[in-house]
Write a protein that binds this ligand. Structure first.
Ligand code: NAD
Length: 392
């Protein structure tokens, strides 16, 4: 079939297998050409490794450090006349490329929150790899069933405390308008913490530790976003921020649990990028459009891959200077996004931005191009009129 993007709101319901594969290949090649490094991860489990920051972490681990990588993600398989989700194609391309390089790579599909999936992943680690030295926790999910009670929790992306009246962008239409966001109820806050907080991260580490699958010196990292005060009302001070605070709690608890192994658990604060998860958050696409325009002008722009490459080289497996760690023990690589001159310029543009001024003040084209590339569209060199099979 000829596969075209089909956009519904902030998601694209189709994905292009050739485009996704071409992009993974390009990224793997970029990473391979970076200066060789030693002393990095050897056996890595990436939870949420099929897209966004998780996929970037997997690419850096494998093609930057030569690590064996196991990925768990939750993707839809293709059908004869229906494409898979993009992550499915990314995983297939990744596993093929890694194998061609003589690297172990396996992608498992399942719900990370379930105990059955944890057992299946543990079995794969025991059988194929032996104890792992890095666990990357990069899940972004709207729902989670608590394995203890069976209750399903659904996260809410809302402010906390009072309503917020703020500018937002409809990316598809290119329209900037004010939106009113009602505050979350206590139940919605608690549910968001259940889904996106640290409980499941702790369960993963506990499960793998019980099964003796953590190597001495084991490290684990989970990703968070703090960002600019422009997005605080909907993010850091909202329901998602509450969940991310719980991730900080979990990191402290995990450091104590891992101490006997000489292990470490950290939350890494990353910059805003265009991913399936970030597209779903009101306000954030407008902020990102302005931010990207400013950072590209300042020569500090990074995408998922270049950002994670810096996290691994400079911080996780690098000198880890005091400048990279904050008072809460988090690893910080959001320094470029939060630079005073960058934020001052984004703030200045924020006051001026409207539907009419956005093309001049922001990088809407860049945002849209990044969004389409998540699904394998708009990738240079790919023939989008070709008849391709969605079944990979
Ligand atoms: P993404 O949407 O690109 O990827 C999410 C991943 O989670 C996918 O691999 C998906 O398959 C997997 N997943 C979702 N539900 C799952 C489930 N039940 N079981 C197994 N896998 C599941 O997301 P992203 O933007 O890369 O986010 C990853 C992490 O990075 C999140 O914690 C997010 O808060 C954080 N982060 C993102 C940004 C940003 O701007 N995108 C910035 C800073 C931090």
């Amino acid at each position: 079939m000829v596969i075209k993007p089909r956009i519904r709101g902030f998601i694209c319901t189709t994905a292009h297998p050739t485009g996704c594969a071409a992009l993974v290949e390009r990224h793997a090649q970029w990473e391979r050409q970076r200066p060789a490094v030693s002393g990095g991860p050897r056996k890595v489990l990436v939870l949420g490794g099929s897209g966004g920051y998780g996929l970037a972490s997997r690419i850096v681990s494998a093609f930057g450090y030569g690590a064996s990588t196991l990925c768990l993600s939750f993707e839809k398989e293709p059908e004869a006349a229906k494409t898979a989700t993009a992550g499915w194609y990314n995983n297939a391309a990744f596993d093929r490329l890694a194998a061609a390089q003589g690297l172990y790579a396996r992608s498992l599909n399942g719900d990370a929150f379930s105990d059955a999936t944890k057992a299946a992943v543990a079995q794969a680690i025991r059988q194929d790899l032996g104890p792992i030295d890095l666990l990357v926790y990069s899940l972004a999910s709207p729902v989670r069933s608590d394995p203890e009670t069976g209750i399903q929790y659904r996260s809410a992306i809302k402010p906390v405390g009072s309503p917020v009246h703020i500018k937002s962008l409809n990316v598809d239409k290119g329209v900037v308008s004010d939106v009113d966001l009602p505050p979350a109820t206590d139940d919605e806050i608690a549910a968001t913490v259940k889904v996106m907080g640290g409980e499941d991260w702790e369960r993963w580490v506990a499960h793998l530790q019980r099964e003796h699958l953590l190597a001495p010196g084991f490290a684990t990292v989970a990703y968070t976003y703090i960002g600019s005060r422009l997005t605080w009302p909907i993010y850091w001070e909202g329901t998602l921020g509450k969940a991310k605070e719980d991730l900080d709690r979990a990191a402290t608890a995990l450091r104590a649990v891992l101490a006997p192994l000489g292990g470490d658990a950290r939350v890494a604060v990353l910059k805003a990028v265009v991913t399936q998860a970030s597209s779903a958050i009101p306000v954030v696409p407008l902020y990102i459009s302005l931010l990207f325009e400013v950072m590209k002008r300042q020569g500090t722009h990074e995408d998922c891959l270049t950002h994670i490459d810096r996290l691994f080289r400079d911080v996780l497996y690098g000198p880890k200077t005091a400048a990279h760690t904050d008072g809460n023990g988090r690893l910080r690589v959001d320094d470029l996004e939060l630079r005073d001159d960058t934020q001052a310029e984004v703030l200045r543009r924020w006051a001026l931005v409207s539907t009419d001024t956005l093309p001049a003040l922001g990088d809407l084209d860049g945002y849209r191009a990044d969004f389409l590339r998540i699904f394998g569209f708009g990738v240079e060199g790919v023939d989008y009129d070709a008849d391709v099979s969605p079944v990979v």
